[in-house]
Design a protein around this ligand. Structure first.
Ligand code: OAD
Length: 241
């Protein structure tokens, strides 16, 4: 399967969705979650990314997020992010969904991006639910507090055991039902609900394209599989369009 075939498919499609995982940022030097050198274990233990851990010891949880934010602050978008940012200008119906929380899509210029797992540069007041953007590293006070009510702020990311934002999911379900081409990029495709997206799109007659350095549970199901680095393959497709 060639990048040209995928470019031909995309040129014919109007309603295109791209869903990215940690692999989109790996060429920016951001560790992925699973596999050798994976994020779980390098920064935070997986069991710290839970509401229970935060209730027990918010300072400990924030120390791990502060460390991760300091690392991410040094990273820049790569050509994969840049191509996806350009595609929202090329197709009025192009929509990007990301499981990354690193904000690199937004830094690359993507405006229409749904961060299903939240954004590490946002903090949410545990009492009011208000959200502030804060890119300061390292944090001056740990744990940070709401400037209005002084309650704790938490990272505005989805933790294990928490539901995904309902409004975002409603929007995504609508998009999936009418999607003609779904690109699944740099994700192990094992975590729900993203793991289900290809099945929904295929059921509705859309095509699925996987871009990944390795085989995943999705590989056998995808209509097109481009094995390799997203930061190289996406510019190749873009060039072939
Ligand atoms: P994973 O770490 O599970 O998977 C990353 C995927 O990217 C793997 O399939 C790699 O083969 C692939 N990959 C690595 N480098 C690549 C490259 N340069 N180009 C293309 N592919 C590449 O990360 P996710 O699938 O994003 O959830 O994980 C999903 C969710 O699980 C995360 O959002 C996180 C985690 O628990 C929460 O934190 C809620």
């Amino acid at each position: 399967m060639s990048t040209q075939q995928v470019a031909d498919l995309l040129r014919q499609a109007k309603r295109i969705l791209a869903v990215t995982g940690a692999g989109i940022s790996s060429e920016s030097g951001v560790p992925t979650f699973r596999g050798a050198g994976g994020l779980w274990g390098r920064f935070c233990a997986e069991d710290l990314a839970t509401p229970e851990a935060f209730a027990r010891d918010p300072e400990l949880v924030w120390r791990c997020y502060d460390e991760r934010r300091q690392d991410l602050a040094l990273k820049s978008p790569n050509p994969g992010h840049t191509v996806l940012a350009g595609w929202e200008k090329r197709w009025p119906d192009f929509q990007l969904i990301t499981q990354t929380v690193d904000g690199l899509h937004q830094l690359a210029g993507s405006k229409r991006v749904i961060p299903v797992h939240g954004n590490i540069w946002e903090m949410r007041c545990v009492d009011e639910g208000s959200i502030v953007i804060d890119r300061s590293v390292p944090l001056s006070t740990i744990p940070p507090r709401c400037s209005r009510c002084h309650a704790l702020l938490r990272p505005n990311v989805v933790w294990f055991g928490e539901p995904l934002p309902a409004a975002a999911m409603a929007t995504i379900n609508k998009l999936l039902s009418r999607c003609q081409a779904l690109l699944v990029i740099g994700t192990s495709a094992m975590v729900y609900p993203v793991a289900e997206f290809p099945l929904i799109v295929k059921k509705n007659g859309g095509r699925v394209i996987e871009i990944n350095t390795e085989a995943t549970p999705l590989t056998g199901l995808a209509d097109y599989v481009l094995q390799g680095r997203a930061g190289e393959i996406l510019p190749e497709i873009d060039h072939a369009l």
